[in-house]
Ligand binder design. Structure first.
Ligand code: HEM
Length: 473
């Protein structure tokens, strides 16, 4: 059978690990020029077939579960971090139901209650953190290291809204350090060597146990008091997490699910808000337009932001959309191949035992789909201008489509698609709107937006990630 072309490499087994790992997008682009949209590379003994473009997205993300599996591609990395019995440490049918439980908590009603909670967390953070006012509420200007501040604001706002008051309070005690330890065991090294005997690995395992035990205590306390009044995801699991076959999720599984949900939204959202603040720092006209939008929707007094206000702010939402176009946090979505797979429209067969890889970020910066793709232009989404009209070219897909055959998929597609998209827009929208209202900011010394750094699990801006700000009022 016809195998896809294989990327040349000097060192057997090790393969293309270095060039892929250092700059995956350059690696994809270089090989696309040589081979087209489909090619195989070797990395540390694994054979990985890349399928680029909208058709590649569709091939990988819409493949049948009987043919490919995400759990066999990810579990060795995620199970030590999330814990047992959930996400990729269970049959796929269970994951589908776990996602449904979580999704059922993320309603418009819940989002309405989350916005004021996020507003409050952001204010508290500014007041207390040395990255902002540091307790001196008169401080008028400062420099902030975004890669310190944004992960903290992300985890405080996500834990307060998705997991409730008591869980949020734990972050003022032990949780912050424990989650930090968990993070340091969630790296590309652990993707390759899940149990590499280094302190980061031992600390990861210790932190996982302690965090999971702490959620169990919270769960027991909620059951004891019977107070399930908050609209958080944890309460939804406590009430409703019974699988179709009648099996109830155990408290341990619910605890581990809470870790999975928080980790799923943590690096992705923190990276996205950092990139957005960087682009805004480099573009005064856009900052001004966003401020104007705040005034138009909330009045010159800038009354407290609500969920419904956010829905009336197209420029704000398009700023997030554009940030995710240029900087999707996840550059590679992988599946393990369980049965030989023919790639539609090609002569190629990918044999079982290999992996397939979708890289949704590649078409997102391709001039075939987006005019001037390397320009940050939130306005392009307003009238769909600077987005190539594919329907007019007789293509059987459009740029913004529900299916997997799309060039714009920052949240993936198919059965493993993200459940956190709407929450992410609420969280990011609220945080960014708060920044626009409170601060004027820029990148120090007129620097440009940083280049990407691919050395952690998500695509981050290379250091330094500082902004300098002054207060508007
Ligand atoms: C899945 C991106 C926020 C929970 C995914 C996938 C992507 C993604 C690309 C598909 C992975 C794959 O196919 O291999 C993002 C981005 C986010 C974000 C860009 C923010 C900007 C969140 C949040 C949550 C979350 C806030 C939790 C509330 C999940 C879950 C899955 C998922 C549970 C399903 C995994 C699966 O079915 O295998 N996300 N995510 N994500 N995400 Fe997100």
């Amino acid at each position: 059978p016809n195998r896809p072309p294989v990327v040349f490499h000097w060192i057997p087994v090790f393969g293309s690990a270095a060039s892929y790992g250092m700059d995956p997008y350059k690696f994809f682009e270089d090989n696309r020029k040589k081979f087209g949209d489909v090619f195989t590379f070797v990395m540390l003994g694994r054979h990985i077939t890349v399928a680029l473009g909208p058709r590649g997205n569709d091939f990988v993300l819409n493949a049948k579960h009987s043919d490919v599996s995400a759990e066999e591609a990810y579990a060795h990395l995620t199970t030590p971090v999330f814990g047992k019995g959930v996400i990729y440490d269970c049959p796929n049918a269970r994951l589908m139901e776990q996602k449904k439980f979580a999704k059922s908590a993320l309603t418009t009603g819940a989002f309405r209650s989350y916005v004021p909670l996020i507003v409050n967390e952001v204010r508290q953070y500014w007041l207390k953190s040395p990255q902002f006012f540091g307790g001196d509420s008169n401080r008028a200007s400062n420099k902030t290291h975004l890669m310190t501040a944004m992960p903290e604001m992300t985890i405080f706002t996500a834990s307060r809204t998705l997991q409730g008051r008591e869980v949020r309070a734990k972050f003022d005690e032990s949780f912050a350090d424990l989650y930090h330890d968990l993070d340091r065991g969630f790296t590309p090294i652990h993707f390759v060597f899940p149990n590499i005997p280094i302190p980061a690995t031992f600390n990861r395992d210790k932190a996982q146990r302690k965090i999971s035990d702490t959620y169990m205590e919270v769960i027991r306390e909620r059951r004891r008091t019977g107070d399930l009044s908050e609209q958080d995801v944890l309460n939804t699991f406590l009430r409703d997490a019974v699988y179709k076959d009648g099996v109830r999720m155990s408290d341990r599984e619910i605890a581990n699910m809470m870790i999975g949900i928080l980790m799923g939204g943590q690096h992705t959202s923190a990276a996205t808000s950092t990139w957005a603040l960087m682009h805004l720092g480099a573009d005064k006209a856009l900052r001004d337009a966003l401020y104007q939008e705040q005034v138009e929707v909330c009045g010159p007094e800038l009354r407290e932001l609500t969920y419904d206000d956010l829905q009336n702010m197209p420029l704000l939402n398009n700023t997030i959309r554009e940030t995710l176009r240029m900087h999707p946090p996840l550059h590679s979505l992988m599946r393990f191949v369980r049965h030989d797979l023919t790639i539609e429209g090609t002569r190629y067969v990918v044999p079982r035992g290999h992996y397939v890889l979708a890289a949704p970020g590649v078409p997102m910066i391709d001039s075939q789909y987006f005019k001037e793709p390397l320009k940050f232009q939130p306005e392009r989404w307003l009238e769909q201008k600077n987005i190539i009209d594919l329907a007019a070219q007789d293509q059987d897909y459009t740029v913004v489509s529900k299916g997997a055959k799309s060039p714009y998929l920052p949240f993936g597609a198919g059965r493993h698609r993200c459940i956190g998209e709407q929450f992410a827009y609420v969280q990011l929208g609220t945080i960014l709107a708060m920044f626009v209202r409170e601060f004027e900011w820029s990148l120090p010394n007129g620097r440009a937006v940083p280049t990407p750094d691919y050395s952690s699990m998500v695509t981050l801006p290379a250091e330094p990630s500082d902004i300098v700000w002054t207060r508007r009022r």
